[in-house]
Ligand binder design. Sequence first.
Ligand code: SF4
Ligand code: SF4
Length: 441
Amino acid sequence: MDRVKARVGGRPPLSASKGPAFPSSRPLWAPSAFHVMAKPTGAICNLDCRYCYYLDKKSLYPDDSFRMPEHVLENYLRQMLESQTTSVVRLAWQGGEPTLMGLPFFRRVAALAEGFARKGQRIEHSLQTNATLLTRQWAEFLAEHDFLVGVSLDGPRAQHDAYRVDKRGTSSFDRVLRGLGHLRDHNVRYNILCTVHCANESQPLELYRFFRDECGAQFIQFIPIVERESTDSGVRSDKVTDRSVTPEGWGRFLVAVFEEWLSHDVGTVFVQSFEAALASWLRLPPAICVFARTCGNAVALEHNGDVYSCDHFVEPRYLLGNISETHLIELVSSPKQRLFGEKKRSSLPRYCLDCDVRFACNGECPKNRFISTPDGAEGLNYLCAGYKAFFHHVDGSMRLMADLVRAKRPASDIVSIFAKSPRNAPCPCGSGIKTKRCHGS
Ligand code: SF4
Ligand code: SF4
């Protein structure tokens, strides 16, 4: 406590509520590092995106203020920093819309985190935001603390405004671009998070080029929107809403962006799905949970300290506990959470177990596994057809890039391999097409 006080200087003292101490011995199954998606405003947001899966989580906390109180914030930061054994600790803030907490809250986050950090621990902050509330002052703060800011943007105006609207149903596009402009003006590190749905799945190149050329994005994340319909009795069916991306459309989208990226941007633009795929072809663990073999190392923290198994499973039956009563490391390494994580692998249908691209796909996220396999078994991923098409398409190029990386060459050398291939020889990407009609064209 004294050390913390000494380092935080003139900041308000820590609250009286100390919360649970780190267990006397580290739990047997505790991961060395894990990810927490912290939601300081719970499900509260200033926008009303039509496909948002989180807004209705408000009903879990009736009559609540939806603001993370000081003692929860302190407990969280202390427990998070105590729990990680890696030198870099990532603190990720999400929502709802986290910037609704205001700048003073995040100033307190930065100061407290620094105070709780042990010797040798480095903190990396990240913030996922709709960017509409960002101002010059925000950008100065984010730059000063080297935040990585994820900006939710679904493409040019028409595609973005299809579903990303405010409470009055009006456009958010100009406000997002204004916020993004503040980030760019202050050299804040940012990436683009684009959801892919029925209103933009058929314009992959328009979207990708907009992000790359007009937004100056070097890191782009594409997330498929899969919304299940509910029956009258509230049970989720295997039908999806009209807004959802189609499996085939998702596959075509990824393939089209991949080809553009391969031709122009390997090594300069980072597309999360492609980086994850390359890791799989290198037989390394992918950096995103959806393609990992198991889940369990990415929990969600609600504003009141409740911890859930995953951001996509914020439901009473996936509640692990509250950090005001049980230390975060015990929640993350609890038998309940291990079971949740292991189930991703153990529930795969035979169809997936026999699949030639399972090493890269791993059945994707369990939340999307609600259709049947061709032989009638349950638990196939709704997006399966798209992923199969994508992973088969990239196989040859991924093999080449993986070979380059193993040979300690940059993956971007693939462009010169295509250029040097004789024009009438089969393209090195393995398509079976002559180079001049494939990647040499
Ligand atoms: S349930 Fe889905 S989002 Fe959650 S950790 Fe598993 S793969 Fe990731
Ligand atoms: S591509 Fe389809 S069959 Fe193969 S692992 Fe993924 S979901 Fe399963």
